[in-house]
Design a protein around this ligand. Structure first.
Ligand code: DGJ
Length: 725
């Protein structure tokens, strides 16, 4: 519910309240009206008076001040506040870059326009307006609440209500201020092959800024993060796939400011009279624990981001040929893989890179999205052959890219992102396409819709294997708009394609998990978590990913090597699951193991993909033992995986604990039968005991038979819980 009174704006989600007060800035004789942030946290009842939170008088001070004054908490700032702190909006007018924004009113609205994806199934929205006394420009901030979530969404737009053109130099999505002397921040950072690994930073002075600047949300810093400030644990994310920036700033007056949004790096967005620029939607939530933040983020993604067609749809078990064949395959080979896979119960064959144009390595062909019949034996025929086995058929594409050695480049070199007269920097021998150019967008949308329909694909893996530089569009007079306009174009293409093919399941991919964000998730229900398929490395990648995103979104495959086949399954089974190797080379014994794994996965797929996810104990980045659980809503069944990263425990068995079960219920607990472990394990116990620290489960891996083959193996075991009473 949103309430607007004479004095207050109270924005209530299901479990949180954000309370703003209309206030006069008494620190300066201009007497500007602004919005004071009185409270953000657990939901409060409606009261007539919130003065107890320092309304109108918080820390006003008019003495000597060369520092961060004013320090009154607020949700909107610009350069005119003289504080030197992180600001929400920066607009330049006539070469002047100081703004004096004043609060100009609040009104309930039915909705808003945005060229970017924004949360689905909105509840109520309030629009707060601020007008710049310098330029005359207006910034509108929109807060939206939802009927089933504690999350609040917020974004803004700059409308040029000035008398001539303005330039937007920075426009955030969210600002929150708190009185506290520190913030404990959890970010999910990394690189190719090690995406979204958990890091904890305590900020006591200065800023922690995470950002991306190369055109994708990036593997370096995910836009999802958590921050503990005082007693509040908060989670933040952005519905955007481009350059982003999240800042947590702590100052000597014991103030914490959190600002999130698109990055202002290389941004100088020109708005002529009447035009507007809309920022991406940020989401935020406040709970007591990290686990509750994760639950809120999962629920929000499924109910308000992912397409309703796929939000709760069970995802097929797939096999992908990439790690099995790379570029060296024929249609016949793919069909052989599909046959063996179908016999194991696998439900979808995904044909990866190399089926199109002229592409036998990564140097050529991107942009030429037509069948290389000589290689595939006819794509449509291959798809039909796979479907005749009772399987679905999926296809890889990398639409936002172009190889210099391609027909598309020879015909349209101007489609590539490149500065005229300058040899552009290639990465993986490819250039980005200029998605700010409507002709490029039309080419991609039309070509791919035709292709997907002709072949009859059930699934598309949409890859993106390099980030941007040589930023230039022949269609723009101002290149400082490029990063934003790229996504306006790219999202419009995704919208067209997903509307034309609503039943096709899309999986976003970017050299693994380099663009794992809510912007892509709006169009693509799944996201390939990482090119690193080693089970051990996956522990931290998947744990970090699942802190902010639901397990049904996370592509996770069993690869061919590294660890025992059973451990590889135990790790991958928490995601949108599949296999990624040449199954025609598997032994009969291995095929039997795979068959059993697939049967187990399918039997428990709903629970695995949509059960309530909880991490067990400490993060795997900190502890030798750990794991995860998924629990049904009514807690009548659950699955847990326990892992022991280093088997150094020669003389004793480590103690474990489960989590999230019904404390009063009696459960039958059965360890999944693993082909490499003889020991079976089945017992009954009450939920309260199972969730207590220090469970003695003995050596539940016993001696893995394949230990010699995988000497570096870590150990794992999966447990199924069924409530008995
Ligand atoms: C990078 C992806 O992450 C891989 O899974 C694979 O699709 C290759 N690209 C293909 O080029």
């Amino acid at each position: 519910m949103i309430k607007i009174t004479e004095r207050y704006i109270k924005i209530d989600s299901v479990g949180n309240s954000l309370i703003l007060a209309k206030s006069i800035d008494e620190t300066t004789s201009a007497n500007n009206e602004f919005l004071q942030l009185l409270y953000y946290g657990k939901k409060l009842n409606d009261h007539d008076d919130y003065g107890i939170f320092g309304e109108g008088r918080a820390d006003h001070y008019n003495g000597t001040s060369n520092d961060e004054y004013p320090i009154v908490p607020t949700v909107f700032t610009s350069s005119g506040d003289n504080s030197g702190r992180e600001q929400y909006a920066r607009i330049s007018y006539d070469g002047i870059f100081t703004n004096h924004f004043v609060f100009a009113g609040a009104e309930r609205v039915d909705g808003f326009d945005s060229p970017l994806p924004t949360a689905r199934n909105k509840g109520e929205t309030v629009k707060l307006s601020f007008v710049d006394k310098v330029s005359g420009a207006t910034v509108n901030q929109y807060y939206t609440v939802f009927s089933d979530s504690d999350v609040i969404a917020v974004h803004s737009e700059v409308v040029n209500t000035a008398d001539k053109e303005i330039f937007v130099l920075g426009l955030a999505s969210l600002q929150l201020d708190f009185s506290a002397d520190r913030a404990e921040v959890v970010t999910f950072d990394g690189r190719w092959g090690a995406e979204r690994c958990r890091h904890e930073t305590e900020v006591v002075a200065g800023k922690l800024s995470i950002e991306s600047r190369n055109g994708v949300s990036s593997p370096m810093h995910n836009p999802f993060f958590m921050a503990k400030v005082g007693s509040k644990t908060m989670g933040f994310n952005l519905i955007y796939s481009g350059n982003h920036r999240e800042t947590v700033e702590v100052t000597a007056y014991k103030r914490v400011r959190i600002v999130t949004g698109m990055n202002d790096y290389a941004l100088s967005y020109r708005l002529d009279k009447g035009e507007k620029l809309v920022s991406p939607e940020a989401i935020f939530v406040c709970k007591d624990t990290e686990a509750e933040i994760t639950a809120q983020m999962h629920g929000f993604a499924l109910n308000h981001i992912v397409s309703p067609v796929f939000a709760y749809k069970e995802r097929p078990v797939l096999i992908n040929n990439w790690e099995g064949t790379y570029f060296t395959f024929t249609g016949e080979k793919i069909l052989d893989i599909a046959k063996k896979a179908a016999a194991c119960g696998i439900e979808m064959m995904v044909l990866d890179d190399g089926w199109f144009g002229k592409r036998d390595d990564d140097k050529t062909g991107l942009g030429d999205w037509f069948d290389n019949e000589k290689k595939t034996g006819g794509l449509k025929k291959l798809a039909d052959g796979v479907k005749a086995l009772g399987m679905k058929f999926g296809l890889w594409v990398e639409p936002e890219m172009i190889s210099k050695n391609s027909d598309l480049y020879r015909a349209h070199p101007e489609y590539a992102q490149a500065i005229p007269g300058v040899e552009p920097t290639e990465r993986r021998w490819q250039l980005c396409l200029d998605m700010a150019n409507p002709k490029v967008c039309d080419y991609i949308a039309e070509t791919l819709i035709r292709l997907f329909k002709e072949v009859g694909v059930d699934y598309v893996k949409w890859d993106n294997n390099r980030s941007m530089c040589d930023v230039y569009s022949s269609t723009l007079s101002n290149q400082s708009e490029y990063f934003y306009r790229y996504y306006v174009g790219q999202y419009s293409v995704l919208r067209r394609i997903t509307e034309a093919c609503p039943e096709v399941l899309f999986e976003s991919c970017a050299s693994g998990g380099s663009r794992y964000d809510l912007g892509m998730m709006y169009f693509m229900a799944q996201n390939w978590a990482s090119d690193n398929t080693y089970a051990f490395d996956r522990l931290s990648i998947q744990e970090g990913t699942l802190a902010g995103y639901p397990q049904s979104s996370m592509g996770a495959h069993v690869n061919a090597h590294g660890y025992s086949l059973e451990t590889r399954f135990n790790v991958a089974a928490i995601g949108a699951f599949g296999y990624e190797f040449d199954i025609t080379k598997s032994t009969d014994e291995e095929l039997e193991v795979i068959k059993n794994q697939v049967a187990f996965y399918k039997q428990h797929r709903k629970l695995l993909q949509y059960g309530n996810y909880l991490r067990i104990g400490e993060s795997v980045t900190k502890s030798d033992i750990g794991g995860w659980m998924v629990i049904s809503d009514d807690k009548s069944e659950a699955i847990a995986v326990l892992i022991e990263k280093e088997r150094t425990h020669m003389l004793y068995h480590p103690r474990f604990t489960f989590t999230g079960l019904d404390e009063n219920a009696l459960y039958k607990v059965t360890a999944r039968k693993q082909a490499n472990v003889e020991k079976t394990l089945e017992f009954t116990a009450y939920g309260d005991a199972l969730c207590s620290d220090g469970l003695y489960l003995g050596n539940f891996y016993h001696t893995e038979k394949d230990k010699k083959q995988y000497p570096n193996t870590f150990s794992s075991r999966m447990f199924y819980f069924k409530k008995l009473n």
